[in-house]
Design a protein around this ligand. Structure first.
Ligand code: CIR
Length: 267
């Protein structure tokens, strides 16, 4: 079974953190409708939506991706780089506890899930205003035993690594080369965003389907031309809060438990 943890848009989203954008009015009802449409697409692709209630005092709490990184073997609860976002953790931790063993990024580490990109058994972590080397070393310690290679990577002119590059499948990434060096992805097939759409690199891979923002049709056409099925959603209101598509959900599969082995017959 596939699970998507989401959270309703906070009534206070207008007070969100902003790093690169000017503050502009955010219409809560529009943001909520766009978020619901995003959930509908995930549900249509086979995900069971576990929507957490809105957190009225946590403006950015709809961006659940930043608070945890869920792998098949373990979930890492992050320590968000923005102080205002640290209280988002307990509810996400409660939601994940039934499904995964948990580990925690601790001070002085800071990490936003938006900086963590998994492609197959490789994990790139962006060094950004929200994520530091200490957290990357903690992360590597937690996941190395599960066979993941963790690489740190510099990003520029954007909030998170996944504002610069996301996975399209286990061997392909969608990249804005102005924000992250292509040389980091020598072993991957790279699709480059259309240069007129610098914000287009954040797409959400859902099985064989790629969810892309309808604001970036040229990049969507490039992804389709590379042979991928693309579904578009309007995420323009959440984009005013510097949120994109990966940030609004935590996607994972139910763990598969081995059936308990009966004891060997006596004698
Ligand atoms: C923030 O600055 O934390 C939010 N306004 C936006 C977070 C977007 N998260 C993401 O891209 N993973």
């Amino acid at each position: 079974m596939h699970i998507a943890i989401t959270r309703e848009v906070s009534q206070s989203i207008e007070n969100c953190e902003l790093t690169h954008l000017e503050r502009t009015p955010i219409n809560h009802a529009t943001a909520r409708d766009q978020h619901a449409a995003y959930e509908t697409v995930l549900a249509s692709l086979g995900y069971q939506i576990q929507r957490l209630p809105a957190e009225p005092t946590m403006p950015d709490s709809v961006f659940v991706e930043d608070v945890a990184v869920v792998l098949d073997e373990i979930a890492i609860i992050t320590r968000p780089g923005a102080l205002s976002r640290r209280d988002e953790r307990p509810s996400i931790e409660r939601a994940l506890r039934p499904y995964r063993q948990l580990a925690h990024i601790k001070s002085p580490g800071i990490l936003d899930g938006g900086d963590v990109l998994r492609v197959g058994r490789d994990i790139w972590i962006g060094v950004s205003s929200r994520s530091n080397i200490d957290a990357i070393n903690q992360f590597r310690f937690y996941v190395g035993c599960h066979g993941y290679q963790v690489h740190s990577v510099n990003v520029r002119d954007c909030l998170h690594l996944k504002s610069a590059v996301t996975a399209v499948d286990d061997t392909t990434v969608l990249v804005n080369p102005a924000r992250v060096d292509l040389s980091n992805f020598k072993n991957q097939q790279c699709i480059q965003v259309d240069p007129s759409e610098p914000e287009a690199a954040n797409v959400l891979r859902v099985g064989p389907t790629v969810i892309a923002a309808s604001a970036f049709p040229r990049t969507a056409a490039l992804i389709e031309a590379a042979g991928f099925a693309v579904v578009t959603v309007d995420a323009s209101e959440l984009a005013k809060a510097e949120g994109a598509l990966t940030c609004c959900s935590l996607l994972f599969d139910m763990p598969v438990y081995e059936p308990h082995q009966p004891p060997p017959p006596a004698g």
